[in-house]
Design a protein around this ligand. Structure first.
Ligand SMILES: [Zn+2]
Length: 327
């Protein structure tokens, strides 16, 4: 038992993050010049901030040792020293303080860095302001879960694997839990697509949750899941009580999967990923990437800014997937 517990918490879950958090920060070219006498630096900064502000580059410091950031290259048509000087003069900048014969073009961050590692890279190009977000850093570094939480998530992913066995062709198994109610299992399901083409496992599981809230749309529902046996005495489901009592405990104060965790054996397709967005799921966990998966493989639906709800996505680290096959 001790051996098993240790192993469960060692399974690594990786955040599936929006590209903007893992890709390099986009760059933009700017002109810079040296301030001839260091004594004039503060005077020059004050003047240039006042007369030549750069609203889009507020995240950048104006100076890098004796070099001052003048303005983006795109602001003028020709990148000649003469053009730069003319432009500065039209803005009433005191160019006598600058070594105007030695204008340089430098690449700097076009937008503020979002993570510490992005900041480290772009701060070397040009000094930059940065406010670290602790939660985000934990997501990026995959340190968001305690070993106890990892154990819980792994346990439910294994349970989803058990449920998957029921689906025709072992397509997919899903478990829905409420982390705010001590990981109460609310619903679960497996793919029933052979009966109805939209009844993928996630859709079945969402419908199961809807049934606990006086809703539910499908006639098909997996009634052959032996929850009591699967949970081995740890039976605490609501939707799943149907198996035992043939009745649901209705909780109409909830809205579908709001704040619920969804454990899936397989990365969901676009339809299911959108269904989980509409149902306001909190976190999606999956073991296997899918060819048509919408949470990392073909796209990252959870990273689409225009959608009105966003959940977090975690997948089992590739080298730990084997662990789920041994059962
Ligand atoms: Zn699907």
């Amino acid at each position: 038992m001790e051996e098993k517990r240790r192993k469960l918490s060692q399974i690594r879950l990786e955040s599936v993050l929006p590209d903007e958090l893992i890709e390099n920060t986009p760059l933009i070219n700017v002109f810079t010049a040296t301030v001839i006498d260091p004594k004039n630096i503060s005077k020059v900064i004050l003047e240039i901030n006042q007369l030549l502000p750069i609203p889009d580059l507020q995240h950048l410091k104006r100076m890098k040792s004796r070099n001052i950031l003048l303005f983006p290259v795109a602001w003028i048509d020709n990148s000649t020293n003469e053009e730069v000087r003319n432009f500065l003069q039209t803005k009433n900048i005191s160019i006598q303080y600058l070594n105007i014969e030695d204008i340089k073009t430098v690449s700097v961050a076009a937008i503020p860095p979002k993570t510490k590692s992005q900041y480290t890279v772009i701060n070397q190009l040009w000094p930059c302001n940065f406010h670290s977000n602790k939660y985000l850093e934990q997501l990026v570094e995959n340190t968001i879960f305690s070993s106890e939480e990892l154990e819980t998530h792994t346990k439910f992913l294994r349970l989803a694997m058990e449920i998957r066995k029921k689906s025709n062709g072992n397509k997919c198994g899903v478990i829905v839990t409420d982390p705010q109610r001590n990981d109460l299992i609310l619903s679960g399901g497996y793919s029933m697509a052979e009966k109805n083409p939209i009844l993928h496992a996630a859709m079945v599981a969402i419908d199961g949750v809807a049934r606990t809230q006086n809703g539910g749309a499908y006639n098909e529902y997996p009634i052959d899941i032996d929850w009591e046996n699967l949970l081995q005495g740890d039976f605490k489901g609501v939707a799943v009580k149907e198996k035992v009592n043939n009745v649901y405990e209705i909780d109409e104060s909830e809205y579908l999967c709001t704040n619920y965790n969804i454990y899936m054996t397989n990365e969901p397709c676009t339809m299911c990923a959108m269904g989980l967005i509409h149902s306001r799921a909190k976190r999606i966990f999956y073991i296997y990437p899918s060819q048509n998966g919408a949470l990392g493989t073909t796209c990252k639906i959870h990273a689409v800014k225009d959608l009105n709800h966003h959940y977090e996505v975690f997948k089992v680290a590739a080298e730990d997937i084997d662990y789920f096959q041994c059962e």
